[in-house]
Ligand binder design. Structure first.
Ligand SMILES: Cc1cc2nc3c(=O)[nH]c(=O)nc-3n(C[C@H](O)[C@H](O)[C@H](O)COP(=O)(O)OP(=O)(O)OC[C@H]3O[C@@H](n4cnc5c(N)ncnc54)[C@H](O)[C@@H]3O)c2cc1C
Length: 314
């Protein structure tokens, strides 16, 4: 079917986010491969409309009731495995890729089992868990540069990865289409056991209600020491840093904020860095809780929490 025929108007995005909070897209289209993605971005460009991406919708809070422009939903899966190199379409699910890696006796994605969302979304936000992140495996990224109108290749270095960050958060004209991961050969049983252990811990700690994952980034010792020296030293003396970071959840929990609710949104009782939709939550309810947490943390600890969740607010 032609692109024009596939584009839908005034499309409800609620079911496309894991927190189940939506808005209506002026135009909406689903793309399953590089060709369709480029076609959609160019269509919006010709119409002088902004294009916004939604993949797994698991790190996104849609804050507006009406989203102007074209929302491009990346879906589908496509991958190849050659030796220890896995190459995949950005829309491929991260958990699915982790399972494929295990089936091939490849190590490197044990942390990713159970992380919802796509490979492209993971690369953009440098997703990670259990002391690892996707940047450790990324060797090259293919992206469509909407300004240049062509596909470009970025080396690992050019991706400028840091904690939950990459060049793709800064250069909004770059749309990730394909990612090459360099994994290592390992023992299938060991890989699976380690991944299953992580998954068990995830099931125990993550809330069951709809959420958008962790709302705030964890705190890095090297940054915290500049913002509040005494706090950093105090937390360090209590041996609370793991891999140079302390969970934002720890501070939120210390403030007794678990269970606080605004409308249908609630700070999870299970994990203080998650805000869950306990029924009928609006983006405003979630934003109210985010601002409550930020205010309380600032007042008590004299530091600013930084959002990990991405606002979708064109
Ligand atoms: C229960 C739960 C547990 C989670 N656990 C973790 C965890 O352990 N670690 C972790 O890091 N995260 C975690 N997350 C958050 C989330 O799953 C990850 O950040 C995931 O990688 C986001 O991918 P996505 O496809 O859902 O991105 P989306 O939410 O669809 O998009 C996120 C951002 O990336 C942009 N984007 C998406 N695809 C592309 C692309 N191809 N090119 C350019 N931009 C793009 C979007 O425009 C948006 O700005 C969790 C979320 C939930 C709900």
């Amino acid at each position: 079917m032609s692109l024009e025929k596939r584009i839908k108007k005034n499309y409800d995005l609620t079911s496309l986010t894991t927190i189940k909070i939506g808005g209506r897209a002026e135009y909406f289209v689903l793309v399953k491969n590089k060709r369709e993605l480029i076609e959609a971005v160019n269509w919006a460009k010709t119409k002088k409309l902004p294009s916004l991406f939604l993949a797994g919708g698991s790190n996104t809070l849609i804050t507006k009731k009406k989203i102007g422009g074209l929302v491009i939903k990346i879906s589908g899966e496509n991958y190849t495995v050659k030796g220890n190199i896995m190459s995949a379409w950005a829309g491929t699910g991260l958990t699915r890729l982790a399972q494929i890696a295990f089936d091939h006796g490849l190590s490197g994605l044990e942390w990713a089992l159970g992380v919802p969302g796509s490979l492209g979304g993971a690369v953009r936000g440098n997703a990670g868990a259990y002391g690892s992140d996707i940047s450790e495996q990324v060797s090259e990224v293919e992206a469509y540069d909407a300004v240049k109108g062509r596909v470009v290749r970025l080396s690992h270095r050019a991706c400028a990865f840091s904690y939950r960050h990459s060049v793709f958060k800064e250069r909004r004209n770059l749309y990730i289409v394909n990612v090459r991961l360099k994994l290592s050969q390992g023992q299938a049983a060991e890989i699976t056991n380690s991944a299953k252990k992580n998954l068990r811990s995830r099931i125990k700690t993550n809330p069951k209600e709809p959420s958008a994952g962790c709302i705030f980034k964890n705190l890095e010792y090297k940054k915290l020491i500049k913002e509040n020296y005494r706090l950093a030293e105090d937390l360090s003396a209590q041996r609370l840093f793991r891999g140079g970071k302390i969970g934002a959840a720890y501070l939120i929990d210390q403030l007794g904020l678990k269970g606080q609710a605004r409308g249908g949104a609630k700070i999870s009782e299970r994990h203080a860095n998650f805000i869950v939709n306990s029924g009928g939550a609006t983006a405003q309810d979630v934003m109210n809780l985010i601002s409550l947490i930020k205010k309380k943390v600032k007042a008590r600890y004299k530091i600013n929490l930084e959002e990990e969740v991405q606002y979708f607010d064109n």
